[in-house]
Design a protein around this ligand. Structure first.
Ligand code: ZN
Ligand code: ZN
Length: 281
């Protein structure tokens, strides 16, 4: 103790400062994002015989799209090439995807590279890469060009083009112009921006993972949504296996989005309208 006594006015000042510090900062309040989107990652699946994973989760996907339709949510379905292969084998399934597309869902790409960004091997590699030296690997399927032939076959069957991908720069496919990136909660809201990938101008948006193995991600995403600003987009991603284990969590998010009244659409539609209304740099 110094023996120094506070005068009344000084005490008031200090209390005011404490009060101010307790209040959330202005920029944390947010006024709602420009728009929101919901991405589904359809995985390679590493166990069992080829395409077993896809067979296991096809009905999960059907149920997920039905649920989205119930809430008027437009999904961005990011398929690993194994999913394209699986769907193309059966004209009934191609018809189903065509129907989803006609209802406003977007068909996009999800590529699992050999290496993660930190350089470690990725167990769920889809077998495609542009990096030389993998040709004799037992999982090797071909170059990215070959992968895109498969993806384009699916897109052409429904009279569309693949414009959106979740894919690393080294394997970035020609003609794809929208990139989804992230998985952390903090990745959900960002200002879309333009980057260059292999000489292609690409618009990048972020996404946070609704992880049913960690149900707290639902409230974390809601908290992050409340902070979003008008010049940010808000992206959420989940996987088919997540939805299979906890469909309620996904339905909760759909309900939440509808309650906020914020516009929800596919990646291509969100970025196109962002481009028209905001300045994309
Ligand atoms: Zn994912
Ligand atoms: Zn994945």
């Amino acid at each position: 103790m110094t023996g120094y006594k506070l005068r009344g006015s000084e005490t008031k000042k200090i209390f005011k400062a404490i009060k101010k510090a307790k209040k959330p900062k202005k920029e944390e309040e947010g006024e709602g994002p420009f728009a929101t989107f919901f991405i589904v990652h359809l995985e390679v699946g590493t166990q069992g015989p080829p395409l077993k994973w896809q067979e296991m989760y096809w009905h999960t996907l059907v149920n997920l799209v039905n649920l989205a339709d119930k809430y008027g949510m437009k999904l961005t379905l990011e398929f690993c090439p194994q999913w394209a292969e699986y769907i193309l084998k059966d004209s009934y399934k191609v018809d189903q995807v065509r129907l989803w597309h006609s209802k406003g869902h977007e068909i996009a790409l999800h590529h699992h590279p050999y290496y993660r960004l930190d350089g470690t091997e990725f167990l769920g590699w889809d077998g495609y890469t542009n990096t030389p030296g993998f040709e004799s690997h037992p999982k090797y399927q071909g170059t990215i060009e070959i992968m895109m032939k498969l993806m384009d076959q699916l897109a052409e069957a429904i009279n569309d083009k693949i414009l959106t991908a979740c894919c690393i720069e080294n394997d970035w496919p020609e003609g794809v112009i929208y990139k989804t990136d992230g998985h952390l909660i903090s990745h959900a809201r960002i200002k879309p921006r333009k980057i260059r990938h292999r000489d292609v101008k690409v618009t990048i948006v972020g996404m946070g993972l609704l992880d049913t193995r960690r149900p707290e991600t639902l409230s974390q995403l809601k908290g992050e949504f409340a902070k979003a600003k008008k010049d940010e987009t808000f992206g959420v991603v989940t996987h088919e296996f997540n939805f299979a284990s906890s469909p309620n969590l996904v339905e909760d998010w759909f309900k939440f989005v509808r309650e906020t009244g914020v516009k929800e659409d596919t990646i291509r539609n969100v970025i196109q309208s962002y481009n028209e209304k905001m300045k994309l740099v």
